[in-house]
Ligand binder design. Structure first.
Ligand code: NAD
Length: 260
C-alpha cells in the first residue's frame, strides 16, 4: 500500500535505537524526509547511515537531549517544516513511590509529558494551516494497564494521554491534523534487555530466562519487533489514517486482557 506521505518531513525523537528507530525507518522507507534525534552522536550517525541506505528521502540528525529546551530547539530548527511528529524519549526508571521526591517526579513529567506537549505546541498550528499533520506519541501499555514498579511512567504518560484527548478533538481536527497514542507492550529493544539484565542479576537467573518468562506472559508468546511497531506508526502517519484521531492504540500481542 502506498501510504501517500512521500516527500513529507518528519521529526522522530529519540530514534537512534529501539521503537523510535523502528518508526524512523518505516517512514524513511516510504520516502519521508526524516530528522532523527538522540543524545549520543555515534549511534545516531550509524542509524542515519542505515536509513540513508534505503535511498529514499533525506535523513538529518540532531544530537541532543530532547527533554531540554536546547535539545527541542535544535531538533525543530533542523526541519524545514514538520508534517509528522513522532514523540518519544527514554522511559522513567522503576521503583517505589515512597522513594521518589519532587525531583524524580519533575524529571519524569518533563520527559514523558511536557516534552511532547512542547513539541506539539511548536508544530500543530502550522500543520493545521497547511491542512495536513500527523502526531504519534509513543507512550506505553502502562497507560491502559498500570505496571506497579513503573509509577513514574504510569503517572506522567497518563497526564499526556489526558491532555492529548482534548487537543486531538480541538479545532485542529478539522484541518487534517491527527494525534494518536501508540502504546507498546513488550518489544525486543535495548531498554527491555537492560531491564531483564537487572532482574536476572537480582534473582540469580539468566537474561534469556527472564525474557522467556516475559514471552510466556503475552498471548502471542513472543516480544514485538521495532520494525512492526514502526509499520503501525507509519500507517497512523499515512494519508489513509486521516479519520483516526484521539485514539490510543495498543501493540502488545494481546497482553491487555480487556474486551475494549
Ligand atoms: P531504547 O532504550 O531501546 O531506545 C531509546 C532511544 O531513545 C535511544 O535511541 C536513545 O538514545 C533515545 N533517547 C533516550 N532518552 C533520550 C533523550 N532524553 N533525548 C533524546 N534521545 C533519547 O528504548 P525503547 O524500548 O525503544 O523505548 C522507547 C520508549 O518506549 C521509552 O519511553 C520506553 O519507556 C517506552 N516503552 C517501551 C517498551 C518496550 O517494550 N520496549 C514498552 C513500553 C514503553
Amino acid at each position: 500500500m502506498d501510504l501517500g506521505i512521500e516527500g513529507k518531513w518528519a521529526l522522530v525523537c529519540a530514534a537512534s535505537k529501539g521503537l523510535g528507530k523502528g518508526c524512523a525507518a518505516a517512514l524513511a522507507r516510504e520516502g519521508v524526509h526524516v530528522v532523527i534525534t538522540a543524545r549520543g552522536a555515534e549511534v545516531l550517525e550509524a542509524t542515519a547511515a542505515e536509513l540513508r541506505a534505503f535511498g529514499r528521502g533525506e535523513v538529518r540528525t540532531v544530537a541532543g537531549d530532547i527533554t531540554t529546551e536546547a535539545g527541542r530547539s535544535a531538533a525543530l530548527a533542523a526541519c524545514p517544516q514538520i508534517d509528522i511528529l513522532v514523540n518519544n524519549a527514554g522511559g522513567p526508571p522503576p521503583g517505589d513511590f515512597r522513594q521518589w521526591g519532587r525531583e524524580e517526579w519533575i524529571k519524569a513529567i518533563d520527559a514523558n509529558m511536557l516534552t511532547p506537549i512542547e513539541l506539539m505546541k511548536a508544530t500543530v498550528d502550522a500543520m493545521a494551516e497547511r491542512g495536513f499533520g500527523r502526531v504519534v506519541n509513543i507512550t506505553s501499555g502502562a497507560v491502559k494497564a498500570p505496571i506497579d514498579v513503573l509509577g513514574l511512567s504510569n503517572g506522567a504518560r497518563s497526564g499526556l494521554t489526558g491532555f492529548v484527548a482534548g487537543l486531538a478533538r480541538s479545532r485542529i481536527a478539522a484541518s487534517g491534523v491527527t494525534i494518536n497514542g501508540l502504546l507498546p507492550g513488550v518489544f525486543d529493544t535495548d531498554r527491555v534487555r537492560t531491564m531483564a539484565a537487572t532482574t536476572a542479576q537480582r534473582d540469580g537467573r539468566s537474561v534469556e530466562a527472564i525474557i522467556d518468562a516475559r514471552k510466556r506472559g503475552v498471548p502471542a508468546q513472543r516480544l514485538g519487533t521495532a520494525d512492526e511497531f514502526g509499520a503501525i506508526c507509519a500507517f497512523l502517519c499515512s494519508l489513509h489514517a486521516g479519520y483516526i484521531t484521539g485514539q490510543n492504540l495498543l501493540a502488545d500481542g494481546g497482553a491487555y486482557p480487556g474486551t475494549f
